[in-house]
Design a protein around this ligand. Structure first.
Ligand code: FAD
Length: 488
């Protein structure tokens, strides 16, 4: 298993339960040991060596505040958040045992059924909504904020302001489920437990409260006794082995990112679960360099950024959003059908009153990019174009232009640079690159090389209409069930 994110964790658990020994290889750290401050994870407000994957300077999604740049120097280290720059877009990804579940907001959203055909055209909606979405939601421990508590909790003042503004402009406001332990958050608010969501922890890990994969699928996988995990090990090659199966080449890394040892192992089957970017980069390289020559020409295609675009609005002084904001979003504005945008009402957990409303929109951006092998540079390129974010901005504007007009407010121009309204240079939701039923069959079996599978976000063709990890998990549950039943 290459990678320990959602797809990898589901596959490892189900294979182990079926009696198969699984070896998980993860390039990031284990994230199970506290640092000298007694904490495993760094706070969003004080990034340190733990925060970024092999960078000497932070690359914060919100790069500025009131015109001041926020980024600072940090020691180069195999930290938890990778800000990978390719094709004019910064693709944020989690690095470590648990993948994206270590760094994400935990927003666990099942797409509306009427949108599913566009998300995964080759998958029957009925089996997903009857079996695999419920299985994924249960396995992930998804829950929703208590609506009564929400009405009075100071830490969700920002979400209530978001609701008021959405509703005054006639937009549907929805509660969004999350894997954060909601009872724990209520205790944080009551002051009876150490704070995490209410102390601004999220982007570089949550020391408490969040049910990352380490606490759910991976814990259950470990309990089978059939799953081993090698952190700080990076797969660099997979090729058919002479006697059958596959030869996998793995670099062991130190915390400076240097290769200390190169190991070669043989596996009967290999699952690519390195995330949309990680899996796509590996497959494109291995096809182009002749290690896996029979992969088809769909490999590398169909990549999208889930239409992510961020923006902030400046509220009037009578609409404070709260000094202490839960870092876990719990709500959104659904204008998907009418305007192509689903906007989560996001926190700005600065610890001070900002009078700002902040949003991450997922939009129906139609553009898809392709990964290709750059032989001269010896690396994989992505041909995303900066200008391709314009449809996302236009779709987000269907919500926020209207709200601004109704409220007599303006966009913040200080969060992504100087006089820059749109956070259009980044994505949290890379999807595609080894699309289901194109690069693979309809269950993730790679064409051309029996025994190789894709089981992560690379299967989803660029857009999930909502935050993606529940769909990645549910699809993995669906595919592994068939793979176990027919291939093993
Ligand atoms: P990943 O979770 O990315 O796991 C892949 C793993 O493979 C990683 O651990 C990686 O280090 C490892 N790997 C990569 N290459 C190699 C290699 N060559 N060798 C060994 N290991 C390798 N989604 C939501 O649904 N809700 C949210 O609220 C949300 N918030 C987000 C916030 C942030 C800041 C970020 C970055 C993402 C967020 N996401 C959210 C997206 C979500 O986390 C991803 O969609 C999800 O993690 C992808 O799952 P995956 O299984 O495809 O891969």
């Amino acid at each position: 298993m290459i990678g320990t994110g959602y797809g990898g964790a589901v596959a490892a658990l189900r294979l182990a339960q079926a009696g198969v020994d699984v070896h998980m290889v993860e390039m990031g750290m284990a994230w199970d040991t506290p640092g000298s401050d007694g904490k495993i994870f760094a706070n969003t407000r004080t990034p340190d060596y733990r925060s970024y994957w092999l960078r000497t300077r932070t690359k914060q999604p919100l790069s500025n505040f009131l015109g001041f740049p926020l980024d600072k120097d940090v020691p180069r280290y195999t930290g938890i958040l990778d800000a990978e720059e390719m094709g004019g877009i910064i693709v944020y990804q989690g690095r470590g045992v648990g993948g994206g579940s270590l760094v994400n907001g935990g927003m666990a959203v099942t797409p509306k059924r009427e949108n599913f055909a566009a998300v995964l055209p080759s998958v029957a909606a009925a089996e997903m909504y009857d079996v695999y979405y419920p299985r994924a939601n249960a396995g992930l421990g998804v829950g929703t904020v208590d609506p009564d508590w929400f009405e009075t909790a100071a830490c969700y003042q920002y979400a209530r302001v978001g609701r008021k503004h959405a509703q005054r402009s006639g937009f549907p406001f929805v509660f969004v489920p999350d894997v954060y332990d909601w009872d724990y958050m209520e205790q944080e608010a009551a002051g009876t437990v150490p704070k995490s969501a209410l102390d601004g922890e999220i982007l570089y890990g949550n020391n408490h409260g969040k049910k990352s994969l380490q606490k759910t699928y991976l814990a259950r996988a470990a309990a089978t006794g059939r799953v081993s995990v090698s952190p700080l090990h990076k797969v660099t090659s997979v090729a058919p082995a002479a006697g059958g199966g596959y030869t996998v080449v793995i670099d062991q890394l130190d915390t400076g990112g240097n290769t200390t040892t190169t190991k070669t192992v043989t596996a009967d089957r290999v699952f690519f679960a390195a995330g949309s970017v990680g899996t796509s980069k590996l497959l494109v390289k291995l096809k182009a360099t002749g290690a896996l020559p029979n992969l088809n020409s769909e490999v590398g295609k169909g990549w999208g950024e889930n239409g992510n675009v961020m923006c902030g609005r400046a509220n009037h002084l009578w609409d404070p959003t709260g000094a202490v904001q839960s870092s876990i979003p719990c709500s959104g504005i659904d204008n998907w059908a009418a305007g192509g945008a689903f906007a989560e009402v996001a926190p700005l957990p600065t610890g001070i009153e900002t009078f700002a409303s902040f949003y991450l929109s997922i939009t129906k951006n139609p553009h898809r990019a392709q990964f290709t092998w750059n032989a001269a540079a010896g690396k994989v390129d992505l041909n995303w174009q900066t200008a391709w974010k314009q449809p996302s901005i236009d779709m987000a504007k269907t919500i926020f232009d209207k709200i601004n007009a109704k409220e007599g407010t303006i966009y913040r121009t200080d969060l992504f640079g100087t006089y820059k309204i749109w956070g259009d240079h980044l994505t949290y939701h890379p999807l595609g690159g080894a699309v289901l039923n194109k690069a693979t069959d309809n269950y993730g079996r790679l064409h051309g090389h029996p025994g190789l599978y894709v089981i992560d976000g690379a299967l989803i063709p660029g857009n999930a209409s909502v935050n993606p990890f529940v769909t990645i998990t549910a699809l993995a549950e669906r595919n592994i069930e068939t793979i176990i039943a027919t291939d093993l």
